[in-house]
Design a protein around this ligand. Structure first.
Ligand code: AOS
Ligand code: ZN
Ligand code: ZN
Length: 391
């Protein structure tokens, strides 16, 4: 394929790709040391959606917003969904929260007490009701369940309890609803996390059925983990349901995707593109899971969307014929060079051109800054809410 044709194919694919935003990225967040409040942050889920809609307005590729329950609890979710539509966005995945209730100190779906497990299962059923009310088709489960001390509980019994609890949740889904199970190697538990890795998540979702898949949060691995290998394996099984994109330098840092290691993001997107999983019907949801503790939140989300888009553009520019030929002939350096040529391409003109073709400003960051929206919300909103996380 000629380079010019590849560019056109890349643009067509980028027009189709969508990136989902987390509602919690727009609220105040921080570390356990301090939450620095920002002027103009949303006071309720309606305002979070309004801010998220700004990101879509200037990037054109972020039309969905994930909710977190109960952080985004409202009286009438139908009204919230209509509000989203009025703003030009939709409600995306519904994230459950079984990590902020005193009852869950020793776990939720893995808790030794059947009463607490039932309470955790019930919370997921409430989330499924929210999905019905908002039209969301995806339930996202992340469990903080784990142990701090050897001997604290039975490792195997906890896996059995999780399997049983998950099967009750899965059974409560409608036929057109799906669930995804996220893994994380540590924190808040430090000795064992009950769903610590992709293998454990995969075993659980495979036991549930076809409508259960794995969520890969890029910040949830030990340093040095080869994430693109995990992506490739999950894609082979048809079980990569979603990404929680972010960057890490140390642990679950939740910094902007592509900030710490843009090359890793490119390698991940290369696996995605090689498998055709960037297509809208591939079943992979490209989500952000980030907190913006010290930087302005809407511009940070805009930048993150652009980072994913640029990594995808580079992956789409890989000369597949040349790469395959080099790989099959054992040309190690030739194959590597083909990949690096794509990575080293400055794709900013390409995505700027794409935005103009989509009727958008080629520079979303500048366009948002010029819009006066940040000043407007700072003046209008007083007493913005905390994201619910990181206090
Ligand atoms: C927690 O570490 C996970 O990343 C979850 O996805 C969590 O629900 C999300 O980060 C909200 O803070
Ligand atoms: Zn996550
Ligand atoms: Zn996380």
């Amino acid at each position: 394929m000629a380079a010019s044709v590849r560019t056109q194919v890349a643009k067509a694919a980028l027009r189709q790709q969508t990136i989902e935003l987390p509602s919690w990225a727009f609220g105040n967040s921080g570390t356990r040391f301090k939450v620095f409040g920002q002027a103009g942050v949303p006071r309720d889920p309606f305002e979070k959606l309004a801010d998220a809609a700004q990101v879509h307005r200037y990037t054109g590729v972020a039309p969905r917003v994930s909710l977190h329950i109960p952080w985004d609890l409202v009286d009438d979710f139908g009204v919230l969904a209509r509000h989203a539509e009025d703003l030009g966005v939709q409600i995306g995945m519904i994230n459950s929260n079984v990590f902020q209730d005193d009852d869950f100190m020793l776990g939720s779906l893995a808790h030794p007490d059947p009463r607490v497990r039932a309470k955790a299962v019930d919370h997921h059923k409430q989330c499924i009701d929210v999905m019905r009310a908002t039209g969301s088709k995806d339930l996202k489960v992340w469990l903080s369940d784990g142990l701090n001390y050897p001997g604290q509980d039975s490792i195997r019994a906890r896996q059995d309890r999780i399997a049983e609890s998950l099967s009750q949740i899965y059974a409560a889904l409608d036929d057109d609803q799906h669930m995804v199970l996220e893994y994380k190697f540590f924190e808040p538990a430090f000795y064992i996390t009950d769903v610590p890795d992709w293998g454990t998540s995969l075993l659980h979702v495979m036991a549930l059925g076809d409508r259960a898949k794995v969520v890969l949060d890029t910040g949830h691995h030990a340093p040095g983990t080869n994430i693109e290998f995990i992506v490739a394996q999950l894609l082979r099984q048809g079980r990569l349901g979603a990404f929680d994109f972010n960057s890490r330098f140390y642990a679950d840092d939740d910094l902007m995707v592509g900030a710490a290691d843009p090359f890793q993001l490119f390698r991940i997107m290369h696996e995605i593109v090689s498998a055709g999983a960037h297509a809208p019907d591939s079943g992979v949801n490209f989500m952000l899971d980030q907190c913006h503790n010290i930087e302005p939140k809407i511009p940070a989300q805009i930048r993150s969307v652009m980072n994913v888009q640029e990594a995808t553009a580079k992956a789409l520019l890989v000369d597949v014929e040349a790469l395959t030929a080099a790989q099959l002939s054992g040309d190690v350096l030739g194959a590597h060079a083909v990949l690096m040529d794509a990575y080293d391409t400055d794709v900013r003109p390409l995505v700027a051109e794409l935005r103009e073709e989509m009727g958008l400003d080629p520079n979303p960051t500048a366009a948002f800054a010029a819009s006066g929206y940040a000043e407007k919300i700072a003046a209008e909103r007083v007493g913005g809410a905390q994201a619910g996380w990181g206090a």
